[in-house]
Design a binder for this molecule. Structure first.
Ligand code: CA
Length: 228
């Protein structure tokens, strides 16, 4: 059974989401506070995707996201934001979320996003046990890990997918739309900005100087390129 954690303190919204997830074939683990969500995740290590509301009675959703990411880079995380929290989107993604949805959202869109995230975190792609070496980087496609100068760099699944796309296409300018389609899936309904936010986060992790990137370079008015 594909398990999803639903952290939402408003009971009517939570039940609505849970009912729809069950209809779509998911098993839902419910939590109404941040602490409860962290506890439930410990009890259910097989949860693959977490939906995190931001405004909660105890710790906020960003803090929950940060604490999950401190020990788990593989779980998929979708933040649930209110319409007035525009800035929160960027903050949420910088703390390690993979995606966000603005309330109110349609359940069809929510399950589409969860399905897409499951395909990414579930390792739907063939595990071909190959290593891609592009010094100083070494990408291991079986373990989905990246090393720089022999040191492991912790990546989320989305960040890994972006790096793999770049390393598969060295020196080729990739448009933001291409990156979005390849990493988030063609059925993804979100905004292009999510590409920029993830790239910014990746640069902080892999560049010698994130302000003057030499690995993920910007192709102005178009997208990004792996290399100078
Ligand atoms: Ca709330």
């Amino acid at each position: 059974m594909k398990k999803v954690l639903v952290l939402e303190d408003e009971e009517n919204i939570r039940s609505f989401v849970v009912i729809n997830l069950k209809r779509a074939g998911y098993e839902a683990v419910e939590a109404s506070t941040g602490e409860e969500a962290l506890e439930k995740l410990k009890q259910n290590p097989d949860v693959k995707v977490a939906l995190l509301d931001i405004m909660l009675p105890d710790i906020d959703g960003f803090e929950v996201c940060r604490r999950i990411r401190a020990t788990d880079n593989t779980i998929g995380i979708i933040m649930l934001t209110a319409r007035t929290q525009e800035m929160d989107k960027v903050t949420g993604l910088m703390t390690g979320a993979d995606d966000y949805m603005t309330k109110p959202f349609s359940t069809a869109e929510l399950t589409a996003r969860i399905d897409a995230l499951f395909r990414r975190v579930g390792g739907a792609e063939a595990k071909d046990n190959s290593e891609v070496s592009q010094p100083p980087f070494l990408l291991n496609t079986r373990n989905r890990t990246l090393e720089k100068n022999g040191v492991r760099i912790k990546l989320t699944q989305v960040e890994y997918s972006i790096i793999k796309l770049f390393m598969d296409n060295p020196s080729k300018a990739l448009s933001r739309e291409e990156i979005l389609d390849a990493v988030w899936g063609k059925e993804y309904l979100g905004e292009l900005k999510i590409v920029d936010v993830n790239i910014r986060r990746l640069r902080i992790k892999i560049e010698d100087d994130a302000q003057n990137p030499t690995y993920i370079t910007t192709v102005w008015g178009y997208g990004y390129k792996w290399g100078l």
